[in-house]
Design a protein around this ligand. Sequence first.
Ligand SMILES: Nc1ncnc2c1ncn2[C@@H]1O[C@H](COP(=O)(O)OP(=O)(O)O)[C@@H](O)[C@H]1O
Ligand SMILES: [Mg+2]
Length: 387
Amino acid sequence: MDRPRGQASIEQLLAAKEIVVTCGSGGVGKTTTAAALAAMAAARHGGKVLVLTVDPARRLADALGVQALGNDARRVPASAFTDAGHPARGELWAAQLDTKQSWDDLVREHAPDRRTARRILDNKLYENISGRFVQSHEYIAMERLYDLHNEGTYDLIVVDTPPTRNALDFLEAPERMAEFFSSRFLRVLTAPARSRVVSFASKPFFTVADRVLGSQFLQDIAEFFSLFQTMAPGFVERANAVSRLLRNNRTTYVVVSTLEAAPLHEAGLFVEAITAKGFHLGAVVLNRVLPSYLLDEQAGLVAGALAGDPSAAAAALANGTGDEAQVARVLTEIAESFLRFQVVAQREAEQRSELSVATDVVAPVPYFETDICDLAGLLRLGEQIWT
Ligand SMILES: Nc1ncnc2c1ncn2[C@@H]1O[C@H](COP(=O)(O)OP(=O)(O)O)[C@@H](O)[C@H]1O
Ligand SMILES: [Mg+2]
C-alpha cells in the first residue's frame, strides 16, 4: 500500500510521536489498546513509556501495578517483560487518573495564595462539584496529560480516555474550560457576592431556593464561584496550553472500535471530529474482529461441500469404527457453523470498508479467547497491530 512516510504502521507512528490519545466508546477495548500500545513501545522502541489509564479492569490494574487512588506512576518491572517472553528495551510506567487529586493539585497551583486554595478545597460545594462538572473528567485527563508531558520524564505517553457521551467532549474540553472561565456567566455569578445573593433572593426561584436550601447554601454557592474565579487567569492560560498540546504535531489520536453498529458509528464521529479539528489521526484499531481466514473463498467452498455431503470425509475420519453417521453429524455441524461465521465475517468486512477513514493505518485485532489482563496478553494483542 502506498502510505505517506512515517505513518505506515503503528510501529512507525509510535516512534514518531510523543503523545497518543486513544478514543472510542466504552467497552470496545480502549484501555486495553492503550496499555498494549505502551507495552509494545517500551518493549521494542525503548525509552520511558507511560500509559495513563482511566478505568482499567481490576485485573489489568493489578498487572500494571496501578493504584485505585493516587496519580503516582509505577514502573512495570522489567522481569514482567522477561516472564512474558519479551525482554523490554525500555521502561513501561503506568498511572491511573485520579480525578479528585488532579483537581486539588490544579486548584493549589492556580489559586492566588495558599489561603484561597485552602478555602476552595474546604468549600463544601467544591468536593461535590469538582467531580461533577460537566466534562470535569474529560478536562482533567487532558490537563494531567499536559502536566506529565511538560515534566519531560517520558519519551512517549499513551492516554486512555474516559468514556464520553459525545465524541467532542474531551477534544473540546480545554476550550470549553477556557470559555467558561472567561464567560459572562461566571462574572454574573461572581458579581459582588452579597448584592447578588440579595438580588437573587428577590427573584421567585431564589426566594423558593432560599426557603428550601437556606441562604447559607446560596452563600456557599456564591463564595465558591467567587473563589473559583480568582483562578481564572491561570486557568484560562492553562486550558489554552492544553488545547495547543492536543493539536501539536507530536500528538496523535488512535480511534478504537469494534465492528458493532453503535461503536462503529461513534468511531466515525471521532474520526470526523479529529480531522475537522485538524488533529492528527494516527490509526484506527478495529477490535474483536473475526479472523480473516473466514473470508477465504476456498475455505467457504470446502465448508459448503462438507455441509452438503459429509459422507466421504466421515468415512475417512471414522476409519472403520462404524460411527460414520455420528462423525457425519459432527462434520455437518462444524461446516455449517463455519459458514455462519463466514457470513458474519463478510458483514464485518463490508462495515469496515464503509468506515471511510482519513488514515492509512487500520489495524484489526482478533477476538482473543481469554480476557486480556496481564502483560503477556497486552503484548500478544500489541503484536497483532505492530507492523
Ligand atoms: N481483542 C480482545 N479479545 C478478548 N478480550 C478483549 C479484547 N479486547 C478487550 N478485551 C477485554 O474486554 C474487556 C473491556 O476492555 P477495556 O479495554 O477495558 O474496554 P474499554 O476501555 O473500551 O471500556 C476487558 O476485560 C478486556 O480484557
Ligand atoms: Mg476503559
